[in-house]
Design a protein around this ligand. Structure first.
Ligand code: SAM
Ligand code: SF4
Ligand code: F3S
Length: 562
């Protein structure tokens, strides 16, 4: 029998306190504490305008993340922002001119909003030009070199929670040092600051589907036309485990595709300390400059390790892995084996050739011959049959003759790239080629560029027609409704090379889409980096769909879901 006891009565205060008196005394206390309480300040809003390559896009995501973490809201447009960050590109004069030409408009914006601060970051900010920058960009308040970008919050005086609108800017120039010929921050902490940003969730990724993952900063090559080694400094690889940790975090966050980034992504790891766990990694390059790389991680090692991060189904947790940009001289057999063997590594490689003529390549300081380049293409096609290939070409480089230009066209005919990003040579101050005569007239450069693009358009169309009737896996990453997310060239395509192909989002005019009821226009990429337009419900964004290719244009395909 269960004994029931009377519920125990809780003691009750005889005299309840007078609630209104308590409120009054609290108010009095509040009043006395008011002077110690932080004032409510609206944090300045920001807008980031990004020009240039994928590395710049990735850097902008980090700057935006840092500003958001500092409590600043993102503005919908530059006109509504209190901080306008312009992340510049300097690869060609036209890229810099885009920003120089906006100075008047920026001054107008500042007239309308006296609190507006303009920050110029990226490759147009070179230490050696520091004194000239304010004259060139009079509307700019703060200049940050690429290696100074992680300091953006501090330099804008936003580190304090009290930083008001109309912030004071720390205009000091960070301490610098010279590595080779390049001025970089004295304590270049990019690899470490990236790890901190990732750990703090301070990377504001533009896409929820595909992510950039920088693995090596700077470039040690000496291509005579190129400004990048002067703007981004020497190569600095991120520690192997940091990269793996970021890849794991991306997998856990549901990303479907990751692109490893570096100006010369193939040289990843040579500057990291040797470790017994990488004893099996041996350098194998036989041409050009030798760099001691034994017992250090390399890109092949990284691809295999990321591929080995598996989901519960035993498949790669990041189903698609890409990397760019590759340099032909650093494309080792080991890397090609990894490309062929790692399940998630996509069947596409962007391998800039620049010219089809050995003498021009030598003047460009490219370190390889056309024979070497073709050997690499053969090795790639043997290892990964059907691999899609894209490249970068510069026409009208110093001293390029008609015959040398024709040799480039011959190379395009021989290799039959899926896509070519081409541009006319633009002399960049401070580069070695600046001192060579820029002797191909502008009109000839234009004609050569147009001729090359016309030839490549035919080749691209032919290659794309090979896909007609085939079933492909498309990772849908855009809908007409979310078209704000800009998709770059071929997945893995080169940078902002100002070229021919309509940017990712644009459909071939001959490929209209007719979405049915409840459907929208969608777009995505195949593993080979082909852009496919199709119709379907908006909910397909971020998923893999199978599509049958029903139309091929030179720049994209059209498919129907099966
Ligand atoms: N690191 C990559 C490589 O090895 O080629 C590419 C990096 S660069 C940012 C992208 C492309 O810009 C190059 O491949 C080249 O075709 C083009 N480029 C670089 N400097 C140029 C210049 N001065 N004029 C025209 N195009 C240029
Ligand atoms: Fe420029 Fe690429 Fe050459 Fe480096 S490898 S100098 S980034 S073209
Ligand atoms: Fe810099 Fe990329 Fe342009 S490295 S110069 S932003 S193409």
């Amino acid at each position: 029998m269960i004994e029931t006891r009377p519920a125990r009565a809780l003691p009750v205060l005889d005299a309840q306190p007078d609630a209104s008196a308590a409120r009054e005394s609290l108010h009095a206390l509040d009043g006395r504490l008011a002077e110690f309480r932080p004032e409510e300040v609206r944090r300045p809003s920001f807008f980031v305008w990004t020009l240039g390559c994928q590395m710049n896009k990735s850097d902008s995501e980090e700057m935006a993340g840092r500003l958001l973490a500092a409590g600043c809201p993102e503005a919908a447009s530059p006109d509504e922002a209190d901080i306008l960050v312009i992340n510049t590109c300097a690869i060609r004069e036209t890229a810099e001119a885009k920003v120089v030409g906006r100075q008047g408009r920026l001054a107008q914006l500042k007239g309308g909003n006296p609190a507006l601060r303009v920050v110029l970051t990226g490759c147009a900010v070179r230490e050696l030009d520091r004194t000239r920058l304010p004259r060139r960009y009079p509307a700019v308040d703060l200049f940050l070199r690429p290696d100074e970008e992680p300091e953006i919050v501090d330099r804008l005086g936003l580190a304090s929670a009290q930083a008001p609108i109309g912030i004071a800017i720390d205009v000091h120039t960070a301490r610098t040092t010279v590595v080779n010929r390049t001025v970089v921050s004295a304590a270049d902490m990019l690899p470490a600051t990236r790890a901190d940003a990732v750990a703090a969730g301070a990377v504001h990724r533009a896409s929820p589907v595909s992510a950039w993952l920088p693995i090596v900063y700077g470039c040690d090559k000496t291509c005579t036309y190129c400004i990048v080694p002067f703007t981004r400094g020497p190569e600095r690889s991120r520690p192997f485990d940091d990269v793996i940790a970021e890849a794991r975090a991306l997998a856990a966050a549901g990303y479907r595709e990751v692109t490893l980034l570096g100006q010369n992504v193939n040289s990843y790891g040579h500057d990291l300390p040797a470790e017994p766990r990488f004893d099996h990694v041996r350098p194998e390059r036989t041409t050009g400059r030798r760099i001691e790389r034994a017992a250090r991680p390399d890109l092949a090692e990284l691809l295999r390790a990321i591929d080995a991060i598996e989901g519960p189904d035993g498949r790669p947790a990041l189903p698609r892995l890409r990397f760019l940009t590759s340099h032909p001289w650093d494309l080792s057999d080991r890397l090609i084996e990894a490309l062929a063997g790692a399940r998630s590594v996509c069947e596409h490689l962007h391998l800039p050739v620049q010219s089809g003529d050995d003498a021009v390549l030598r003047r460009m300081g490219r370190q390889y011959t056309i024979a070497h380049y073709l050997d690499r293409i053969r090795a790639l096609r043997d290892a990964v049959p059907g691999i899609a290939l894209s490249t970068d070409v510069i026409v009208g480089f110093c001293g390029e003759s008609d015959a040398q230009y024709e040799a480039t066209l011959d190379l395009l005919r021989e290799v039959r790239f899926d896509q070519v990003f081409a541009a006319a040579f633009s002399p960049r101050p401070g580069t070695p080629a600046w001192h060579l005569p820029d002797d191909v007239p502008a009109g000839t450069k234009r004609e050569r560029l147009n001729g090359l693009l016309a030839l490549q358009e035919e080749i691209s169309l032919d290659r794309n027609r090979e896909w007609l009737g085939r079933h492909v896996e498309v990772l849908v990453d855009q809908s007409a409704m979310s078209a704000g997310h800009e998709h770059d060239g071929p997945a893995g395509g080169s940078t902002e090379v100002g070229v021919q192909a309509p940017e990712g989002g644009a459909a071939d005019p001959a490929a209209p889409l007719a979405p049915g009821p409840g459907e929208v226009r969608l777009a995505g990429r195949t593993r080979e980096g082909k852009l496919v337009h199709l119709a379907g419900p908006e909910t397909l964004v971020g998923t893999f769909v199978t599509a049958r290719i029903v139309h091929a244009g030179p720049f994209s395909l059209r498919g129907v879901r099966t």
